[in-house]
Design a protein around this ligand. Structure first.
Ligand SMILES: NC(=O)c1ccc[n+]([C@@H]2O[C@H](COP(=O)([O-])OP(=O)(O)OC[C@H]3O[C@@H](n4cnc5c(N)ncnc54)[C@H](O)[C@@H]3O)[C@@H](O)[C@H]2O)c1
Length: 435
């Protein structure tokens, strides 16, 4: 039976998921955000973003009274035994480094209000060395700091929170470990590895994991560049590589590359931190990982232009996908939207459709045109681009789509379609990394 009272500070993708799932596990949870509109929506059971299954968990726990929301730090300080810190750490404008202003503001606001023993647990992704600095801000408050990096994947966030691959905890005392073993007792009982370490190791696990994943994606996309120059087929290459279980199939899918609110900014912040620490050479390969990733977006635009005979002028382009990946409405650093915007800048008439990310995409790119369905976005287009591999796009009927377009040209930016099926329906099919 849960005894601890938890608070979650910063109710974005991570914080909303964490708050709702910890309530689902039986804890009393109080969530705080500085955005009062967001808090009002959450308190009414309205999730301000799309995440499969999360709204049901949110509503269930609002209804049973275990989950509440506030904008008051005073209320949070008085309520919590354990305070989870889930605020954003975006890339600084004009710099590779992470912007720690939100983390600093949250701790600085909370610390003077704390009047009893408690644990503050950072979950935000931060540069190595941050936890040691923040711990000093809690000196003399009766609170102690732990760092518990988060590995959830958007689109699978509820599952990943309730059944994570591993729990990593940076601690400075046995007391902190004991409290966190109680908080994560149900996950530990499932046999999920619980790894304790010092602060810097725990912070590094998160950024090292993201650096590895980004490297694996860019590795196969670098192979795609070589395939394009040689006539080889990167999808076959990837399939053959993946049977080697030292390599594996995950994150080895060639395509338009990674985006979102984590991988791009995390590898850049990691490079910036390595620079400060005088070990920039150790991470110089991440510069190439980032460059390969960005080149895929450029290649996608070039492929579409080539199919149209060298210019987007007076040409209509149907774009399928705006989210950075399927099962999410997150458009932060979205490869799909980058490609759509670049084609618009080059004179193409672009219409975008995404099953869940339309409203976020409109906010970021108000000048793009949006269609209400895949067929509406593709209507009268000279080329269709598949840029986010939503299931509804992968399952599309090439004949139905063929009946609305001006010309049957498709570029599969995610290697998600069966080329034979599309060619049989008289489409000119092109994809990244194969002919
Ligand atoms: N989104 C993910 O899938 C994911 C996964 C693992 C780790 N992370 C990390 O978690 C952190 C949060 O990411 P996110 O995607 O949830 O960001 P987000 O932008 O969706 O949410 C951040 C929230 O923090 C709030 N906030 C800002 N300053 C605040 C303050 N002083 N007090 C209280 N609330 C404040 C914002 O209003 C916002 O609602 C980042 O460090 C990110 O790298 C995210």
């Amino acid at each position: 039976m849960a005894t601890q009272r938890l608070t979650v500070i910063g109710i974005g993708y991570l914080g909303a998921t964490h708050a709702a799932c910890m309530a689902e596990l039986g804890f009393e949870v109080l969530g705080l955000d500085v955005d009062s509109d967001r808090i009002a929506r959450l308190a009414a059971g309205d999730l301000p973003f799309y995440e499969p299954g999360l709204e049901q968990v949110l509503r269930r726990n609002l209804d049973n009274g275990r989950l509440r929301f506030t904008t008051s730090y005073e209320e949070v300080a008085a309520f919590g035994d354990v305070h989870f810190l889930c605020v954003g750490t975006p890339q600084k404008a004009g710099d590779y480094a992470a912007d720690l202003a939100y983390v600093d503001a949250a701790i600085s606001t909370l610390a003077p209000l704390l009047t009893r023993d408690c644990l503050v647990v950072g979950k935000s992704t931060v540069p190595v060395g941050t936890a040691a600095r923040l711990a000093q801000l809690l000196d003399g408050t009766g609170a102690e700091l732990a760092w518990n990096p988060e590995f959830l994947r958007e689109g699978y966030a509820v599952h990943d929170t309730l059944h994570p691959d591993r729990i990593v905890l940076g601690i400075a005392s046995e007391r902190a470990e004991k409290i966190m073993r109680e908080v994560y007792a149900s996950q530990i009982a499932q046999g999920i590895p619980f790894i304790t370490a010092d602060y810097p190791t725990a912070e590094l696990v998160k950024v090292a994991a993201n650096a590895f994943l980004a490297t694996k994606i860019s590795f196969i996309n670098a192979m795609a560049e070589v395939c394009e120059a040689t006539g080889a087929d990167v999808t076959k290459l990837s399939e053959a590589l993946s049977h080697d279980d030292r390599i594996g199939a995950k994150f080895l899918r060639p395509g338009l590359g990674f985006g979102g609110g984590c991988l791009p900014k995390d590898i850049r912040a990691f490079m910036a931190r390595a620079d400060e620490l005088g070990v920039d050479q150790a991470l110089s390969f991440l510069r190439e990982v980032d460059a390969i990733n960005i080149r895929r977006r450029i290649r996608m635009v070039d492929l579409a232009r080539e199919l149209l005979g060298g210019s987007f002028k007076d040409r209509t382009v149907g774009v399928l996908g705006a989210a950075f990946k399927p099962n999410s409405d997150d458009v932060r650093d979205s490869p799909a939207l980058d490609v759509a915007a670049a084609i618009g800048m080059q004179g193409g008439t672009v219409t975008v459709y995404d099953p869940k990310a339309m409203s976020n995409a409109r906010k970021v790119h108000p000048t793009l045109t949006f269609g209400e369905s895949a067929l509406a976005a593709a209507k009268d287009s000279h080329v269709v681009l598949l840029l986010t591999e939503w299931a509804e796009f992968c399952d599309m009927d090439p004949y139905a789509l063929g009946s609305v377009v001006a010309e049957r040209n498709i570029v599969d930016g995610r290697n998600a379609l069966d080329p034979e099926r599309w060619r049989a329906a008289e489409w000119t099919y092109r994809a990244l990394g194969r002919h």
